[in-house]
Design a protein around this ligand. Structure first.
Ligand SMILES: C[S@@+](CC[C@H](N)C(=O)[O-])C[C@H]1O[C@@H](n2cnc3c(N)ncnc32)[C@H](O)[C@@H]1O
Length: 217
């Protein structure tokens, strides 16, 4: 799966994407990540390579311009099953179901907003969907892009191995979260692991886990 992340801060991604599962998925060629710098698509005559301007109608802050984003998108070679996503606080809130749906594409092209946001003609003409990662405002779309890459990559075959069952995970069933997990030691201070988990009785363990699954708040 190919992820193209259009951003004015490509360096932000280096640390997170060069560690652990995301690194292994790249090493195994399950995923590939490109982070094209939006400033490369600024007006070539502009020495400052600016990609933002003041909002029509007035108001505080700057808005990312449509033209550099249009050019950045045109420069990306499209695979057959690709989807263009714009991150914005007013988009549809991301859920585990969306990750399951989006993992079926060969390529996700993401646009990270900054400042006061993005010229709305991007949303009107250049994208397939607008995604929010929650009801709060961040400074940019880079963390949302990391979240999308992370959440999708772990679902791809060969990334976590077959030890993991996604059916038991939080959000795999409507309104159901994971059961509590414990590991060694059996007793820490006076805090004990629930005895049923040490019983070796798989039926009882399953019943206990079903009973103790958390519910979404
Ligand atoms: C400071 S925010 C812009 C906020 C915008 N003026 C508003 O009121 O919704 C800059 C960029 O961060 C990203 N962003 C901020 N919050 C987000 C969220 N909850 N989900 C996804 N992206 C977000 C978007 O790409 C947005 O264009």
């Amino acid at each position: 799966m190919l992820f193209n992340i259009i951003t004015i801060f490509p360096d932000i991604f280096e640390s997170y994407f060069s560690k652990a599962m995301i690194k292994r998925a790249q090493d195994k060629k399950i995923i590939k990540i490109n982070t094209p710098d939006l400033r490369r698509f600024a007006d070539p005559k502009d020495a400052h390579k600016s990609v933002d301007d003041t909002p029509y109608g007035g108001g505080a802050g700057m808005v990312l311009k449509v033209e550099p984003i249009y050019k950045a998108l045109k420069a990306i070679k499209r695979k057959k099953k690709s989807r263009v996503i714009l991150f914005s606080a007013k988009g549809k809130t991301l859920t585990q179901k969306d990750l399951q749906r989006l993992k079926k594409y060969d390529q996700l092209i993401m646009i990270c907003g900054r400042y006061e946001g993005v010229d709305n003609r991007v949303a009107e003409h250049l994208i397939d969907e607008e995604i929010s990662i929650g009801n709060y405002v961040l400074t940019g779309g880079e963390i949302p892009a990391m979240i999308l890459v992370d959440g999708i990559t772990r679902l791809l075959p060969g990334v976590l191995g077959n030890k993991v069952s996604f059916e038991d995970e939080s959000f795999s069933q409507e309104n159901e979260l994971e059961y509590p997990q414990y590991t060694k030691p059996e007793k820490f201070k006076s805090w004990k692991v629930p005895p049923v988990l040490l019983s070796g009785n798989h039926a009882k363990i399953k019943a206990w886990r079903d009973e103790h699954k958390a519910k979404q708040k």
